[in-house]
Design a protein around this ligand. Structure first.
Ligand SMILES: [Zn+2]
Length: 252
């Protein structure tokens, strides 16, 4: 850091950018295939983007010293919602570094885990702002199921890339679902986790009927939809049917 200061980089955010870019260039690998490095692409001020030259998976890296596991600011609200609807969201990497610039935590959210219910609209920028009226958004990490938050680094300990890739691969059937079905399936999966038991009954999920009807105000058939989505989650291997309306969450 002292050498960076000597080189004329004065602000902490400038240094953070250099440190995280360099770390990523040396350490970041593709979780979607076996490629051991990813290529930095277009430079934009808000986030750093990388692409895998083999499988073309895109990654966006956001970093900060403070770690908020619930919410992370993102770009424009409309742009994000459109990206979700057209299935064009990159994989998101969220990095927390220490005061001494070491990587403390690194979380990967696969691109196909983003749904409209995890995008929170922010207040429009005030009339005096340079981009007055512009509406940004937050990504609600708390609205993403635990499966969709893959740890690459936890408390300064790097996970084995092969286990990261195995986790990612296990989830890829979700990417093959149509966007509208995927949103429902992921929301039902999130409710399954809210039960906080690996075995659960259909009635447990019916208990979230109200919450789901807030997310889908036009839908009057929430219970049949829940049953249908549990089948979808079974077909892609995330839950098991035990019979008589009982289910089990599969962990890897
Ligand atoms: Zn790849």
């Amino acid at each position: 850091m002292n050498s960076l200061l000597a080189a004329g980089y004065k602000s902490r955010s400038q240094i953070a950018r250099i440190v995280t870019e360099n770390w990523a260039a040396c350490n970041l690998y593709c979780a979607a295939c076996e490629r051991s490095c990813v290529q930095q692409s277009a430079n934009n001020a808000r986030a750093i983007d990388f692409i895998c030259e083999d499988c073309k998976a895109g990654y966006q890296l956001k970093s900060g010293e403070r770690w908020n596991e619930h919410r992370i600011p993102d770009a424009g609200y409309n742009a994000m919602v459109n990206a979700i609807r057209s299935d064009k969201v990159p994989n998101l990497l969220i990095m927390q570094y220490t005061a001494g610039w070491r990587v403390r935590n690194l979380l990967l959210v696969p691109s196909f885990f983003f749904t409209e219910s995890c995008v929170q609209k922010r207040d429009p920028l005030s009339a005096s702002a340079r981009r007055a009226g512009w509406i940004g958004c937050n990504i609600l990490l708390s609205a993403i199921s635990p499966e969709g938050k893959i740890r690459l680094v936890a408390d300064e300990i790097a996970m084995d890339p092969s286990s990261v890739r195995r986790e990612y691969k296990r989830l890829t059937p979700i990417a093959n679902l149509k966007v509208a079905v995927r949103g429902w399936a992921l929301n039902v999966l999130r409710m399954v986790h809210k039960v906080e038991r690996s075995q659960f009954a259909i009635e447990d999920i019916y208990g979230f009927e109200e919450e789901l009807s807030v997310l889908y105000p036009g839908n009057r058939n929430i219970r049949p939809k829940i049953r249908q989505q549990l089948q979808v989650l079974r077909d892609i291997g995330l839950i098991e049917f035990l019979g008589r309306g009982n289910y089990r969450l599969r962990n890897g």
